[in-house]
Design a protein around this ligand. Structure first.
Ligand code: NAP
Length: 268
């Protein structure tokens, strides 16, 4: 099994990484391979996993991820650092089983007809550098609304707990292969009128934003990209998915509860 460990540089992380490496070195069939790994183990936070995802996004169909958190319980990092021994045992005892999460495909087309593609694990947002953003929003190629405001954010189900949630978007279970668009401070007056609430589209639908601006900033999982002369930006569910090893996966709603409300153990 070709494994690589991606991590941040916190003191606790470095301690966990040293222990994890020792455990893996004791296994006969482990090869450390940072170029073409079968399994990427991340140690740190969700941000660490997002960075690893982008590092390996071109090989995404042949990689399984495992996230160990050294801070708070994360949405992609649900193994506790104290459970590393258990995690390594599970990795070698069972047939690898994985769970898939949807990804967002972004296609940017410029006025010159050039196309660029991006893959997002959490979301992609579009904003203007200065002044408000004016844009037409199309669903399946049909004009839906004229937007004016700070920007728009399209997120995946697993990204629904990140920037989307801060924008008032709904939290969506990652078994639903759906995309959500949330507004960032829309202006609503007699001239500009938007729905003013987040929308969730079906897996076979797509959203196109046609901005009225020469210079935009697009973010993909928090990374800024300067965009000049954009004709349109199209968002759809990618054919690609991210695969996580299934064992030890904390229930999605427990992760949401733990992150935003606090643990409650009552059952009915
Ligand atoms: P960052 O500082 O690395 O991350 C900001 C926070 O978002 C961190 O606490 C991170 O958790 C958490 N996070 C990341 N993915 C999450 C998810 N799927 N569900 C819940 N929380 C999540 O910021 P960045 O590098 O600029 O961008 C990374 C992501 O952070 C973006 O994709 C965006 O969704 C989110 N973000 C949110 C806001 C906001 O809510 N206003 C602003 C900026 C960025 P860890 O501490 O575990 O890494």
């Amino acid at each position: 099994m070709k494994i690589t460990i991606a991590h941040n540089t916190n003191e606790e992380t470095l301690r966990v990484v040293a222990h994890l490496k020792k455990l893996l070195q004791q296994k006969d069939d482990v090869v450390f391979d940072a170029k073409y790994p079968d399994v990427v183990i991340t140690v740190g936070g969700d941000g660490t996993l997002i960075n690893a995802f982008h590092r390996y996004e071109t090989q995404i169909s042949s990689i399984r991820f495992i996230g160990i958190h050294t801070g708070h319980l994360g949405f992609y990092t649900d193994w506790r650092s104290d459970d590393v021994d258990k995690m390594v045992d599970a990795l070698f005892l069972r047939q690898p089983e994985s769970t898939n999460y949807p990804l967002l495909e972004v296609e940017l087309e410029t006025e010159a007809g050039e196309k660029r593609h991006f893959l997002a694990l959490n979301e992609s947002a579009v904003k203007r550098v200065s002044h408000t953003l004016e844009a037409n929003v199309y669903i399946e190629g049909k004009l839906f609304e004229n937007f004016r405001g700070d920007g728009l954010c399209v997120s995946t189900p697993t990204g629904s707990t990140a920037y989307n949630k801060s924008l008032g978007g709904a939290v969506i279970h990652p078994r639903l292969k759906a995309l959500q668009m949330a507004e960032i401070a829309s202006i609503n007056n007699r001239v500009f009128r938007t729905l003013s609430s987040p929308i969730v589209i079906a897996p076979d639908q797509w959203i196109t934003i046609v901005p009225d601006a020469n210079h935009l900033v697009m973010t993909v999982d928090g990374q800024h990209i300067d965009v000049y002369n954009a004709k349109k930006i199209t968002y759809r569910i990618s054919q690609k998915v991210i695969q996580f090893d299934r064992f030890g996966h904390t229930r999605f709603w427990s992760r949401v509860q733990s992150a935003f409300i606090g643990d409650k153990n009552d059952t009915i």
